[in-house]
Design a protein. Structure first.
Lengths: 99, 519
């Protein structure tokens, strides 16, 4: 019990949590806003969304398509950030492994 | 005929996998979590396999073929939802849990009430999801293989899934899922390629054709632009329903028990993370291709032809028939059937694991197995019961049951009941047992009640709640229940233990290790 409290209070752990939230919170907010912009615009601004951009392909379809690439992009950026967080976490776990 | 032969080949292969897995898995961690030896790409395929159910392959292709752009909105939500899994749920779950979703929820709370509610929620979500798949399978088979009736088909699916789960456990279920995911991706790619070839590999020809889809409506020939939104989600409530559906998908996926248990089958949180990205790559490519499947069926086969040959769900198989002939039709139908079989097995193992681990061991026996190996024995019996119940309910509902609302219900229940409690237990120190039970209870009750008074059940004219999907109201209610329950009481022990959960979830200290598989 005491051991967990000690780790939780350590500066290394606090830094890990801070850095992690600095990645996860903006990423989550961004994808939620970007995603819900699609049904909101399609539902409440149909005129705008029906505008044709290339041939018969309209804004609604391109916006929907962009969601796929944005989701993959966020996942890729998160993988990179998480590799950095792994280093911070390993510092903490290594110290615990030593007697 | 071809469909039957190809399907029998798949069944044979999966039974070999089950036999191989049964030889290899002994012990509790092996049965419930494949000894946590599944690699990142394998788990990515298995997660994708669990997710790309009959609703995706048959359902979305059908909705796009009949209602154009609006159907594609399902595809988008189903992929983006994985960001919630990746960013918030997958890694802490692997680090702090053992076999079920409830492991993390009950970690710092009073385990018995929390596990009982979580297990109930798991069983409800899995059962609705599963019955939808079984009804789909039965309907598919009775159209495809004339002579095999709906009841026989449903019973066959039920027996096979029980065999996989009872004898092969998580290892067999995972490999059945991987095999099916590879087949499904392959089949969908060939089908998309044939659609493009049909339009001379010109995307502009393809989209021009989609702009002028001809079909009969109320006895009149009409021409519609299927690229335009609004064919399904119409005023006055269409926009709200679209947002509600989006909420159920985005917040529900991270609360689906059969997806969450997959993260216990990998060695560590890092592998869990990479496996989500694998799954996102597969799921994304698959749902992008639903454009070609759905629009292809609308333009090449046509709504009128599909409507008289088995209805919306047959869009993708009928497209295969018109582009690749009988053999390809058989191949695609066999894949559709394999998809259902694998998803149903995945649902059965997560439901029976939750019953055995959460309810039997932890609620009834205070966390100690009465005899070693008893938990696995109970899980095997539970799989039998789950299979029997699913067969019975699917037969009672019959092939004409509207299955779409069952799947929507599963997502909405998962989003309203499970997700708020998962998020609060990981991120909110003050969160406590009353909050968890209230959150799970409110989420379950609100989503179930709103579905009961929705147009899907009561009919469009008499519905008390105008939306098909309850998410927009029931998800906030689930969060609200959890917050109010928490604020009503104080639980110092839960707050003290938050440090432990926080450290474990974020560093992987004390996480369940991967065990060796017997050679």
């Amino acid at each position: 019990m005491e051991q967990w409290k000690e780790i939780a209070a350590s500066s290394d752990f606090k830094r890990l949590v801070r850095e992690k939230l600095r990645v996860v919170i903006p990423a989550t907010l961004f994808f939620i806003i970007y995603y819900f912009a699609l049904p909101v615009l399609v539902g409440y601004a149909p005129r705008l969304m029906q505008r044709r951009v290339i041939g018969n392909v309209n804004l609604a379809y391109l916006f929907a398509l962009s969601q796929f690439f944005v989701a993959w992009g966020i996942a890729g950026l998160y993988l990179r950030a998480a590799a950095r967080l792994d280093v911070l976490a390993k510092k903490i776990t290594d110290r615990q492994a030593k007697p | 005929m071809t469909a039957l032969v190809m399907f029998l080949i798949f069944v044979g292969a999966t039974l070999v996998i089950t036999y191989w897995a049964a030889q290899r898995s002994t012990g509790t961690a092996a049965y419930f979590a494949a000894n946590r030896q599944i690699t990142a790409w394998q788990n990515g395929f298995a997660v994708a396999g669990d997710y790309m159910s009959a609703a995706s392959f048959l359902g979305i292709a059908g909705i796009i073929a009949f209602q154009g752009y609006d159907g594609f909105m399902y595809s988008v939500g189903w992929l983006v939802a994985y960001l919630t899994v990746l960013l918030i749920v997958a890694e802490p779950l692997r680090n702090a849990g053992k076999y079920t979703m409830a492991d993390v929820l009950a970690y710092r709370l009073n385990p018995r009430p929390v596990r009982a509610m979580a297990s109930l929620s798991t069983l409800i979500v899995s059962t609705f999801y599963m019955i939808a798949q079984m009804v789909g399978a039965g309907a598919l088979v009775s159209v495809l293989l004339k002579g095999i009736g709906y009841n026989t088909a449903v019973t066959g699916v039920g027996i096979l899934m029980v065999v996989y789960v009872v004898f092969g456990g998580m290892l067999a279920t995972t490999w059945v899922q991987i095999t099916k995911a590879i087949l499904l991706m392959g089949g969908t790619m060939v089908l998309s390629f044939l659609v493009l070839a049909h339009f001379g590999f010109s995307l502009s020809n393809f989209f021009d054709a989609v702009g002028q889809v001809t079909y009969t409506e109320n006895g009149q020939k009409v021409v519609r632009d299927f690229m335009q939104p609004g064919l399904r989600f119409k005023p006055p409530y269409g926009a709200l329903d679209l947002i509600s559906l989006g909420m159920a998908l985005i917040f529900g996926t991270a609360g689906l028990p059969h997806i969450l248990v997959r993260f216990y089958t990998v060695p560590d949180a890092r592998t869990a993370r990479i496996s989500v990205v694998w799954a996102m790559a597969l799921i994304g490519v698959f749902y992008l291709m639903t454009t070609f499947l759905g629009f292809g069926a609308a333009t090449i086969v046509g709504r009128d032809t599909i409507a008289v040959n088995g209805g919306t769900n047959m869009s993708a198989p009928l497209l295969a028939k018109s582009l690749g002939g009988e053999v390809f039709f058989g191949f695609i139908s066999a894949i559709a059937f394999a998809t259902i079989l694998a998803v149903v097995a995945g649902l059965t193992i997560s439901a029976s694991t939750s019953f055995a681990h959460d309810f039997y061991t932890n609620v009834m026996h205070h966390g100690r197995e009465p005899k070693p190996g008893q938990e696995v024995r109970v899980a095997r019996m539970a799989a039998f019961v789950v299979g029997a119940v699913a067969i019975a309910v699917a037969i009672v509902l019959g092939p004409t049951a509207n299955v779409a609302f069952l799947v929507a219900l599963a997502f909405a229940v998962a989003a309203s009941a499970n997700l708020p409690v998962i998020v609060f237990s990981l991120f909110w120190r003050r969160f406590n047992t009353t909050g968890a039970v209230a959150g799970l209870g409110t989420g379950l009750a609100a989503s179930l009640a709103l579905i009961l008074i929705s147009p899907s059940i009561m009919g469009a004219d008499r519905a008390l709640f105008p939306l098909e999907n309850p998410g927009i109201l029931s998800i906030p209610l689930g969060f609200l229940g959890a917050v109010l329950g928490t604020l009503l009481t104080r639980e110092p022990a839960a707050e003290v233990k938050f440090d432990e959960l926080l450290v474990r979830a974020n560093t992987g200290l004390g996480a369940e290790p991967a065990g060796p598989l017997k050679g």
